[in-house]
Ligand binder design. Structure first.
Ligand code: HEC
Length: 201
């Protein structure tokens, strides 16, 4: 009898210690945020890998530059290494027909889908998905653009649309460095197809 009880006494603490350790590790992981289904808090960072970087996030202020703007102006006369500089200026509007010419892309399903995708990503924030000019940015106070289904836009040539997208117009910024040439032409096709299928406003 005595022997049996000593054997039990020896095993029991060992199991308890192991169970205690396992529980401690589990709790540590949970409260450290490493088990994400359980906790919203950011994980405790032992090695932070690339979680924190010395970089600028969009639309954020900066304490580094004197003017407190994190987004910097482009360096004059430079363009992205793989980009193409759009050679015309906003004010070249009247010459674009002779310089740019017709849309090189046929109106295929692929072109229209791509155009819609790019329009709804890049243009709809101001112009709205339905092109009426009541996008989210406008609802927050930005100047309302004219409807792209109105007579004026319908009267613009493809080259004019391409030029406005590339160089901008008055308050609207140009998108030449954000949209490759082909994407701009897919948008032109998409605007045309909307204008043909929707009533004039
Ligand atoms: C930041 C808001 C904004 C974004 C984004 C934007 N636009 Fe505009 N757009 C405007 C404003 C404002 C005008 C009116 C400019 C003016 O006063 O002449 C305008 C004018 C236009 C016009 C001329 C319409 C006319 O009747 O004169 C076209 C065409 C146009 N935008 C197309 C686009 C396309 C295509 C995109 C996406 C690549 C785009 N815009 C992105 C704000 C925007």
């Amino acid at each position: 009898m005595e022997q049996q009880s000593t054997v039990k006494k020896k095993r029991f603490p060992l199991l308890r210690v192991l169970a205690g350790l396992a529980l401690a590790v589990l709790l540590g992981l949970i409260f450290g945020g490493e088990i994400p289904w359980f906790s919203d808090t950011p994980p405790i960072e032992i090695l932070n890998d690339m979680d924190d970087q010395f970089k600028v996030k969009p639309q954020v202020g900066s304490t580094f530059y004197a003017d407190r703007m994190a987004s910097r102006e482009l360096v004059p006369n430079t363009f992205p290494r793989n980009g193409v500089l759009y050679p015309l200026d906003k004010s070249d509007f009247e010459f674009v027909d002779s310089i740019i010419g017709a849309n090189p892309l046929q109106r295929t399903d692929f072109v229209l889908n791509r155009g819609q995708n790019r329009f709804e990503t890049m243009c709809a924030p101001c112009h709205g998905n339905d092109m009426h000019g009541e996008g989210t940015v406008v609802k927050k106070g930005f100047q309302q653009p004219p409807s792209l289904l109105a007579e004026n836009s319908r009267g613009l040539t493809d080259a004019h649309l391409f030029h406005i997208i590339s160089a901008g117009q008055n308050l609207m910024p140009g998108y030449a460095e954000k949209l490759p040439v082909n994407d701009r032409w897919t948008i032109v096709q998409y605007i045309r197809s909307m204008q043909e299928s929707k009533p004039v406003e």
